[in-house]
Design a protein around this ligand. Structure first.
Ligand code: SAM
Length: 289
C-alpha cells in the first residue's frame, strides 16, 4: 500500500532526511492522493506494463505506479533523493531507480531488454517540460502514451489549433506525434511547496502513424520552428529570415503560393496539414536545385 500522498507523510520524510528543496530542479511534490489516483488511472496501467517515471522525487507517485505496473523505471537527477527513494520504495521489487539527468539517458538502451512499449508517467519538472516531451517523441523508443503533469498553460499549448495565441511549435510537434487529452486541472494546494502557476495533467496517446504524410520530417520541423521564430512576420519573411532552406525569399514565396494560401499569411494561421504540404513542396523544390 502506498504510504505517501499527503502533506503529513511527505513532511515527515522530508524532515527525517533533512531534505532541502532544490528550486533549480523544479521540485514540487504531490501531496494529494486523489490527484495521484487520477493520474495513474488516466495512464491505464496494468500488471503487464513497463512504466518510465521522470523525476520520482521522494517516491510518492512511484509507490502508486509500483502498485499498478509490471515494472517501473524511475529516473531522478537529484542525488540527495536517492537514499530517500531506497527507503520509501524499499517494499517494492518491481522498481529500478536511476540517478541521472533524463535528458542524458539513452532510452533505447534502457528499455531494449524489456521488449515492450513504454508508458511514461510523470509530474514533470516544469523548467524542462518541452525538451523532455520532444526528447521522448524524437527518441523513437516504442511508446504507447505519455501521461504528465505540466503547467496549465503548457497543457493549453499542446491542445490548441491555428488562430489562437497559444498555438505554436509545441502544439504542432505534439499533434504530429500524439493525440492530446486533458485529464484534469490541478490547483497549487496539491503540491509541496506550492508552485506559482496552475497545473494540468495531460495524456498524449502516441499515433502509430502521424496524421500527415511528409517526405522529410526534419524539414517539417525546421519549417515550423522558422515560422514561429518571428511570429509577427509574414510566413515568407519568417522563413527567409531564418536562413536555413537554401532558397531565396522569392522561391519561398512561390512555395507558399503553391500551397494556395494568401501571400501575406502568417505561420500561426497554418494547420498541421498545411505545414506538412508546404514541407513537401519545399522538399521537391530543394530536390531540383
Ligand atoms: N514525482 C514527484 C512527485 O510527484 O511528488 C516529484 C515531482 S517534481 C515536480 C520533479 C522531479 O523531477 C524532482 O524530483 C526533480 O528533482 C526531478 N528532476 C528535475 N530535473 C530532472 C532531470 N533533468 N532528470 C531527472 N529528474 C529531474
Amino acid at each position: 500500500m502506498a504510504t505517501l500522498g499527503n502533506a503529513g507523510s511527505t513532511r515527515e520524510v522530508l524532515q527525517r532526511y533533512r531534505f532541502n528543496f532544490q528550486k533549480k530542479y523544479g521540485q514540487n511534490f504531490l501531496i494529494s492522493a486523489h490527484v495521484l489516483e487520477e493520474i495513474v488511472n488516466a495512464a491505464e496501467i496494468g500488471r503487464k506494463d513497463l512504466v518510465l517515471e521522470i523525476g520520482p522525487g521522494i517516491g510518492t507517485m512511484t509507490q502508486y505506479l509500483c502498485e499498478a505496473a509490471g515494472h517501473v523505471i524511475a529516473v531522478e537527477i537529484d542525488a540527495n533523493l536517492i537514499p530517500i527513494l531506497s527507503d520509501t520504495l524499499g517494499a517494492y521489487d518491481n522498481v529500478e531507480i536511476i540517478n541521472k539527468d533524463i535528458l542524458k539517458v539513452d532510452l533505447d538502451q534502457l528499455v531494449k531488454r524489456w521488449g515492450k512499449p513504454l508508458k511514461v508517467v510523470a509530474n514533470l519538472p516544469y523548467y524542462i517540460t518541452t525538451p523532455i516531451i520532444m526528447g521522448l517523441f524524437e527518441s523513437r523508443v516504442p511508446m504507447e502514451s505519455i501521461t504528465v503533469m505540466v503547467q496549465k498553460e503548457v497543457a493549453d499549448r499542446m491542445q490548441v489549433g491555428p488562430g489562437t495565441k497559444d498555438y505554436g511549435a509545441l502544439s504542432l510537434a505534439v499533434q504530429y506525434y500524439a493525440k492530446p487529452e486533458l485529464v484534469t486541472t490541478v490547483p497549487p494546494e496539491c503540491f509541496m511547496p506550492r508552485p506559482k502557476v496552475g497545473s494540468a495533467v495531460i495524456r498524449l496517446v502516441r499515433y502509430e502513424k502521424p496524421p500527415v504524410e511528409v517526405k522529410d520530417e526534419a524539414l517539417l520541423f525546421r519549417l515550423i520552428r522558422a515560422s514561429f521564430n518571428q511570429r509577427r512576420k509574414t510566413l515568407a519573411n519568417g522563413l527567409a529570415n531564418y536562413g536555413a532552406f537554401s532558397l531565396t525569399k522569392e522561391e519561398l514565396a512561390a512555395c507558399i503560393e503553391e500551397l494556395g494560401v494568401p501571400a501575406g499569411v502568417r505561420g500561426e494561421a497554418l494547420t498541421l496539414g498545411q505545414f506538412a504540404a508546404l514541407s513537401n513542396i519545399v522538399y521537391e523544390k530543394l530536390k531540383k536545385l
